[in-house]
Design a protein around this ligand. Structure first.
Ligand code: C5P
Length: 222
């Protein structure tokens, strides 16, 4: 039988990363962080001095990525060409590189098989923007996780404050709204719920409540 997949798509800041990691741990399944692949591609292309509008060169980088995800007791390390880039790929700068390369159809195509290869027994939880609409169309469980831009801005603000980084909340909310607009209106793989996805609005929910709702869905689907 086909290996089961849970897809979790939605805008950044909706809580996908935390929720997917919890569910994967609870089920003992693999985790695909597809955003990390776009971040790594953006970083690798940038390091080689490739212009991010040079679609075929960036796609070549994506197709040939030498990346490893190395589990450690403190979490998974991301190793690009032997170099630990775990924290580097989480910066705003690399996030911006990622969204630029993610707009290139040839790059998305180059990463398609690599993402599908994560589908191995006993199952995979896939976190992204197009997991249920493009990469795993046949997934038995699909979730679209969202939250208001204001709430996502507040969460981001809290994260930054905890890291000792000061930021303006209104500016963060504006950034989020602009990115939503770009992600939803781009020509390739726009951010939208799959027809058969369960919509969860996490604006006034805790992480536990979101995970419980998804686990209920998994049990009824299984
Ligand atoms: O989720 P994360 O913030 O790590 O994703 C980084 C960027 O990669 C997103 O802003 C989005 O533009 C892109 N992305 C995508 N498709 C995915 C995952 C991420 O286009 N499946």
């Amino acid at each position: 039988a086909l290996v089961p997949v849970i897809t979790v798509d939605g805008p950044s800041g909706a809580g996908k990363g935390t929720v997917c990691a919890r569910i994967a741990a609870e089920l003992g399944w693999h985790l695909l962080d597809s955003g990390a692949l776009y971040r790594i591609t953006g970083l690798a292309a940038d390091r080689r001095g490739i212009k991010l509008d040079d679609e075929s060169s960036v796609a070549q980088v994506a197709a040939g990525l030498d990346v490893r995800f190395q589990p450690t007791p403190d979490g998974v390390l991301t190793i690009l060409e032997g170099d630990d880039v775990t924290t580097t790929i989480r910066t705003e700068e690399v996030g911006s590189l990622a969204s630029q390369v993610a707009a290139l159809p040839a790059v998305r195509e180059a990463l398609l098989q690599r993402q599908r290869d994560f589908r191995s027994s006993p199952g995979v939880v896939a976190d992204g923007r197009d997991m249920g609409t493009v990469v795993f169309i046949d997934a038995p469980v699909k979730v679209f996780l969202t939250a208001s831009a204001e709430e996502r801005g507040r969460r981001r603000h809290k994260q930054l404050t905890e890291k000792g980084i000061s930021a303006s909340l209104p500016a963060l909310i504006e950034d989020i709204q602009a990115r939503d607009e770009r992600d939803s209106n781009r020509a390739v793989a726009p951010l939208k719920p799959a027809q058969d996805a369960l919509l969860i609005d996490s604006t006034s929910m805790t992480i536990d409540e979101v995970c419980d709702q998804i686990m209920t869905l998994v049990r009824t689907a299984g």
